[in-house]
Design a protein around this ligand. Structure first.
Ligand SMILES: Nc1ncnc2c1ncn2[C@@H]1O[C@H](COP(=O)(O)OP(=O)(O)OP(=O)(O)O)[C@@H](O)[C@H]1O
Ligand SMILES: [Mg+2]
Length: 270
């Protein structure tokens, strides 16, 4: 379980202070899938970095399974529980061979080489990249690199995985692959925090946080959030395609309210 209490974060610099997170409160249960959306600069990445203590709150607290991230002696345990996947796959690759890259975190834990190999193989298999184990990451596509980065997190076996726009630099095919991998990790019991600019992706979550100006202004189901088209527009988001389409078709057809997905729309049109 993750709990944030009156969390505030301020970037301090000589040119002035910037309040990036302001009075954030939430709790996320084990196994939940939470998407975070918000306009540029609303504080999503700053929040992502609080989960594994890359940043420590300026005020307030965040607890991972009861562990206060700002307590230095918890740092190690917090990082054992929370894995991170970032936007730019290139900046996440650390080794010259795929399998070494996936093994990197484990080697730092001092695990036996046999065990490491086993975990790396399993992780590569689960992201469908076993065939590329001896490849140089530089030869891979963006989507493949991102899957390698995810394999690195899977190998660490953290119970929580935070994704900060992992598909932002990928083509549609790469995006689909990553999203289906994220869904699989969720069904396997991982707690997922998934930051995205793509509304379609956020509909896969059980819960959506909408951020604005460093605050979480909405915390509801994707259905509640995305079918409120007026509010979405006011906040500067596009509605998911199926929601937009249903909205237009309602002018000619009688359709049930709150259609969220293409499948639901197809069913309703029958
Ligand atoms: N290192 C930093 N120093 C000072 N201000 C920063 C720093 N990093 C981010 N900020 C500011 O903090 C605010 C929140 O930034 P953050 O990167 O968390 O937003 P974001 O929602 O992730 O945006 P994006 O959608 O562009 O990724 C922004 O106003 C940003 O300019
Ligand atoms: Mg960001």
């Amino acid at each position: 379980m993750i709990r944030a209490e009156n969390l505030r974060y301020v970037y301090k610099s000589s040119s002035g202070d910037k309040v990036a997170l302001d009075d954030i409160n939430f709790s996320i249960d084990d196994g939940e899938f939470v998407a975070i959306i918000g306009t540029n600069g609303s504080g999503k990445s700053t929040l992502a970095k609080q989960f594994n203590a890359l940043l420590i709150p300026t005020d307030g607290k965040i607890f991972i399974d009861g562990l206060d991230t700002s307590d230095e002696k918890n740092l190690w345990h917090v990082r054992e529980k929370v894995g991170m996947v970032f936007q730019n796959p290139d900046s996440e690759i650390v080794a010259a061979i795929v399998e070494d890259d996936v093994a990197f975190g484990l080697e730092n834990l001092g695990i036996e080489p046999d065990k490491i190999r086993e975990r790396v193989d399993l992780a590569l298999d689960s992201v469908n990249m076993s065939d590329y184990k001896k490849f140089a990451p530089s030869k891979l596509s963006g989507g493949q690199k991102q899957r390698i980065a995810i394999a690195g997190v899977i190998a660490m076996n953290t119970k929580i995985i935070v994704f900060d726009e992992p598909t932002a630099m990928l083509d549609p095919m790469g995006r689909r692959e990553i999203l289906s991998l994220v869904k699989k990790l969720h069904t396997q019991g991982k707690t997922i925090i998934y930051i995205t600019h793509f509304m379609e992706e956020a509909t896969a979550a059980q819960r959506v946080f909408v951020m604005e100006g460093g605050r979480i202004i909405l915390d509801e189901t994707p259905r509640e959030i995305f079918t409120n088209v007026k509010e979405m527009r006011r906040l500067g988001f596009d509605a998911p395609v199926a929601v937009e389409l249903a909205e237009r078709l309602r002018k000619k057809f009688k359709l049930p309210p709150k259609i969220l997905t293409a499948d639901e729309l197809a069913e309703a049109l029958k």
